[in-house]
Write a protein that binds this ligand. Structure first.
Ligand code: TNX
Length: 528
């Protein structure tokens, strides 16, 4: 009887409660509990195996000081060893890590720098959630997806360097590894390009709700600083230069490359057949390619039909369509995308585009598709069938400009909205579509469009806590995900957000965190 009791007690200790007690998000793919706990005190020794492990050890030494001091005051027993080792011969996949905690030692192991970095992030999370006492456990962890992203639109509204850095810090803690930076669109161009100074002198003026707002943009030094800051946290920064549509800010600054248009759609597109346009794009991309070490450049490619009315009437454009046998304006758009793909390839980069580009006939080794139209599932399937690699960011549930709670009034709604739970469930509802194409599905991202997000408070509110669920869906294998356990662990991460002064939506007490307003329209936008 006693034996059975001990057996049950032990197995409970090693399986379920561990997952519940360990305040780790994203939930690791594998965690086993052990007995006892390691208490971090000022007497802890940190040893490392050279190279990057030494760099991380130094960092960890500083980070763990808060616990050391507290413990020393409490006169707790000191001692114990934390060891960090980067070991290729362990043959662990990229980003994977092992964290082994016993009462006397903590071992962090990985075969990649990113893996060791994540082992350190996991340890910090465990330590912080329990005041420096880490329960014994062994974690063998690796991500579900290689692309775990967050997109921020800084054209519609500009938030600036410090906010971006704060988000990069949080992304790293959540093991998110791609920052997709939407830097150009209708209201403003946000990146300094030396060869075309008017892009910022003129193009950076204005934002979505105030066309007269002073120019706001990142200098090339700012960009380098942020790219380095991100790289230090194992985050790749992927810039987006949207074309041929959503190009209003560029064409306002340099009307010679404008595709015309009138009223609201004036300058919405590039001129699709002037060689001057492609030279311009190529020159801009030279500077962008030099600033961002990422192997990808996002060229947009979305919603061209919104503002290409003049393509239908301009005799030069119509002649071009006939001369090149492009059939119609759609064919012309696809021609433009093929040209863009070649230009991006000539800079040694791979093009990413919104899912419209899956129809352009670009060879799949030259393009990655970002699937966003949740109501066009066939676009995802077609992209996969045609051999493209795909990143999933369907509006439902992965657009952050959709509301997250039924009581909310500001934001988008489209046959529903994007609550935390739907994000946590993703990609379960669509895995039947991607089945058999696992190698082509690079991952997923949360995309924050900012037409109705004009200040940091609202930005935080739309991003958090949903980004935390995104991190779990992108990292944790389906079999290890459990929404009720996620909700049990969530408060530990919310505490971290509190410490950073983030104004998030509190799903446990919605009334305690009222929704911040938008500057223009204060109502829910349906299907649009
Ligand atoms: C569609 S997503 C857009 C954006 C808007 C967004 C608003 C995409 C490729 N284009 O320009 O900001 O909807 O939700």
């Amino acid at each position: 009887m006693k034996k059975i009791f001990i057996f049950i007690a032990l197995s409970l200790m090693t399986v379920l409660p561990v997952a519940a007690q360990q305040a780790l998000i994203p939930t690791p793919s594998r965690i086993q509990g052990g007995r006892g706990a390691f208490t971090i005190t000022s007497g802890v020794r940190i040893v490392s195996g050279g190279g990057y492990a030494d760099t991380l050890a130094t960092r960890l030494q500083e980070e763990l000081q808060e616990f050391g001091k507290r413990s020393a005051e409490k006169q707790e027993k000191s001692g114990g060893v934390i060891s960090l080792r980067l070991d290729k011969s362990l043959g662990m996949p990229d980003e994977a890590y092992m964290l082994h905690v016993t009462p006397d030692s903590i071992a962090l192991r990985a075969s990649s720098e990113s893996g060791l970095f994540y082992a350190r992030e996991a340890l910090l999370q465990l330590a912080r959630s329990a005041g420096g006492t880490v329960r014994a456990c062994r974690i063998d962890d690796r991500p579900r997806y290689a692309w775990r992203g967050f997109m921020l639109d800084e054209s519609r509204h500009f938030f600036g360097k410090e906010k971006v850095k704060q988000y990069l810090d949080i992304m790293a803690a959540l093991r998110l590894n791609v920052f997709h930076w939407h830097l150009t669109d209708e209201p403003g161009w946000r990146i300094e390009i030396k060869r075309y100074p008017l892009l910022t002198a003129e193009g950076a003026k204005g934002n979505w709700h105030d066309p007269k707002a002073p120019a706001a943009f990142y200098t090339q030094d700012d960009i380098r600083e942020i790219v380095a800051y991100a790289a230090d946290r194992h985050i790749m920064v992927v810039p987006e230069f949207d074309m041929p549509g959503h190009a209003t800010a560029v064409c306002r600054a340099y009307p010679e490359v404008s595709g015309g248009g009138e009223g609201k759609w004036k300058h919405f597109t590039f001129h699709p057949c002037k060689e001057e346009t492609f030279e311009f794009i190529s020159n801009v991309l030279d500077e962008i390619a030099a600033l961002f070490p990422a192997p990808y450049i996002h060229i947009g490619g979305d919603e061209v039909h919104y503002g290409n009315q003049s393509w239908f009437t301009d005799p030069e454009i119509q002649q071009f369509i006939r001369d090149r046998n492009l059939e119609n304006e759609k064919g012309l758009e696809q021609y433009f995308i093929r040209r863009a793909a070649d230009i991006v390839a000539s800079k040694g980069k791979t093009m990413i585009g919104w899912d419209e580009i899956a129809d352009a006939g670009v060879s799949p080794d030259k393009a990655v598709i970002m699937w966003w139209r949740h109501d066009r599932k066939h676009q995802l399937v077609k992209a996969l069938e045609n051999g493209y690699r795909v990143i999933m960011t369907p509006r439902r549930p992965l657009y952050a400009d959709f509301i997250q709670h039924g009581s909310h009034k500001v934001g988008r709604v489209w046959g529903g909205y994007n609550p935390l739970e739907d994000i946590h469930r993703f990609p379960a509802p669509i895995t039947n579509l991607t089945q058999g194409y696992d190698d082509q599905v690079m991952g997923m991202q949360f995309s924050l469009w900012t037409e109705r997000v004009a200040d940091p408070r609202r930005l935080d509110y739309m991003t958090f806590p949903r980004l935390i669920a995104v991190a779990e869906s992108a990292w944790t294998p389906a079999g290890a995900k459990d929404y009720s356990l996620f909700m049990q662990r969530l408060p530990a991460i919310l505490k971290m957000l509190d410490a950073k002064g983030i104004y998030y939506f509190n799903p446990f007490d919605p009334a305690s965190t009222p929704e911040p307003g938008a500057p223009d329209k204060d109502d829910v936008l349906k299907n649009g």
